[in-house]
Design a protein around this ligand. Structure first.
Ligand SMILES: Cc1ncc(COP(=O)(O)O)c(C=O)c1O
Length: 406
């Protein structure tokens, strides 16, 4: 994968096996993992019970293009966690986002989508766009954009209600797709009242509000949506919900589902542009059931959030003791340090990045048996992490800071 070139040290480690919060490379060296497959393994590596459930389901048949009883359990559990009543399956969060955007265009009859500047929602064409001096342009690095994103996308800065209102006022936007807190350009938290205003403005303009909880599930068992009482028209989530198996889901409100659902009603349903032959296969559903019935539960979050708090406190102590103007931010079970004051939006976050210093911090940690997410300075706690994992990072971080300053 392209991002394997992003690991510090010029080459990626090759993994032998992973369990709980740790993995062992092919040289037999053990590491504490705070990347957790960039959230894919947030439930922990080798989730107890998942391998057995997958083995059992594989023996009973992996895919038939028919639903299994697990679909009923999974639908009810997703409604319990996130509050939305209707759910569909995809294989990846990228696909879940693509499908919801198609449904939003169908429901509203409008062509464009709005996204947040410096967002990431997977390889969805319309979302690979940023603002350059107020103009929508292809995101740097995006390969072969199908058409100029000006034709498909309006981009607005995070934490800017006036810009959102203006972008939606043209009447051509079907959906606003956003993370409730940015996690993909570092953690950028919403200012008080911002998300209420987003809901009010999207409603006023008749725009479908899609919340992508793929990473922000770190805020609690029902993501930010439940933790903060959000009311999206649609919600997408992939990566962690199948314990690392490729599976994603998207939920729809009754109202949005009623406006969008007609595509299943006639013989053209198989070419609707929604779904995939293997989406909703029985193995994927078994993975979601085994994961969500055993992990990422209320009491897991209590421990994970407490650990993220300790990780944050350790980092803060180290840079404060050396009078550095660095910062650290926590979003539930996820935490991140900055070499600057906390940014207010994606552009500020992108400008604050310091690739050389970042590479040093990551490689320094890796050489002491600690893996961070290769993009920015983020750590994610799983139910399998413990205080000794956090302490190992705190020690390595303090040593790195001292090596820079003393
Ligand atoms: C918020 C968010 N949505 C969607 C995706 C896409 O996930 P996938 O690559 O599994 O399709 C990502 C991936 O990092 C993400 O962070």
């Amino acid at each position: 994968m392209a991002w394997m070139t992003r690991w510090p040290g010029g080459f990626p480690l090759f993994v032998d096996h992973a369990e709980g919060s740790r993995f062992v490379d092919v040289d037999g060296i053990e590491y504490v993992d705070f990347c957790m497959g960039d959230t894919g393994a947030m439930a922990g590596h080798a989730v107890p019970g998942l391998a057995e459930a997958l083995f059992e389901r594989a023996r009973l048949g992996i895919t038939t293009m028919l639903p299994s009883a697990d679909a009923v359990w999974v639908g009810a559990e997703l409604e319990r966690r996130f509050g939305l009543p209707k759910w569909q399956l995809a294989m990846t969060a990228t696909d879940a986002n693509r499908f919801v955007l198609r449904l939003a265009r169908k429901a509203t009859g409008r062509p464009k989508v709005a996204v947040i500047d410096w967002c990431y929602h997977g390889t969805v064409d319309e979302t690979l766009a940023v603002l350059d001096r107020g103009k929508v342009v292809s995101r740097p690095g995006a390969i072969g954009p199908p058409i100029d994103p000006v034709g498909t996308t309006r981009v607005v800065p995070f934490n800017d209600v006036a810009a959102l209102d203006e972008a939606l006022s043209h009447g051509d936007v079907a959906a606003l797709l956003m993370e409730p807190a940015l996690t993909n350009i570092g953690i950028v938290l919403p200012e008080p009242g911002y998300l209420d205003e987003v809901r009010r403005v999207t409603r006023r303009h008749g725009v479908v509000l899609v919340i992508d909880e793929t990473h922000t599930i770190c805020a609690g068992p029902g993501g930010c949506t439940r933790a903060w009482g959000l009311e999206p028209d649609a919600l997408t989530i992939g990566k962690p919900i199948g314990g690392g198996m490729p599976v994603a889901v998207y939920g729809l409100s009754d109202e949005f589902a009623a406006a969008a659902e007609g595509f299943t009603a006639d013989h053209t349903a198989d070419v609707s542009g929604i779904g995939g032959t293997l989406a909703g296969n029985q193995l994927a559903l078994a993975a979601v059931r085994a994961t969500l019935s055993t992990t990422l539960l209320d009491d897991d979050y209590e421990r994970m959030i407490d650990l993220a708090y300790h990780w944050t406190a350790g980092v803060e102590d180290a840079y404060r003791s050396r009078d550095l103007d660095w910062h650290v931010q926590q979003l539930g079970a996820r935490a991140e340090y900055w070499f600057s004051p906390p940014p207010r939006n994606g552009a500020e976050a992108a400008a604050a990045s310091d690739p050389e210093l970042e590479a040093y911090m990551h490689l320094h940690a890796l050489n002491r048996g600690v893996l961070l997410t290769p993009f920015h300075n983020m750590a994610l706690m799983s139910p399998a992490h413990g205080r000794s994992d956090v302490d190992r990072h705190t020690e390595a971080f303090a040593e790195a800071v001292a090596s820079l300053v003393d």
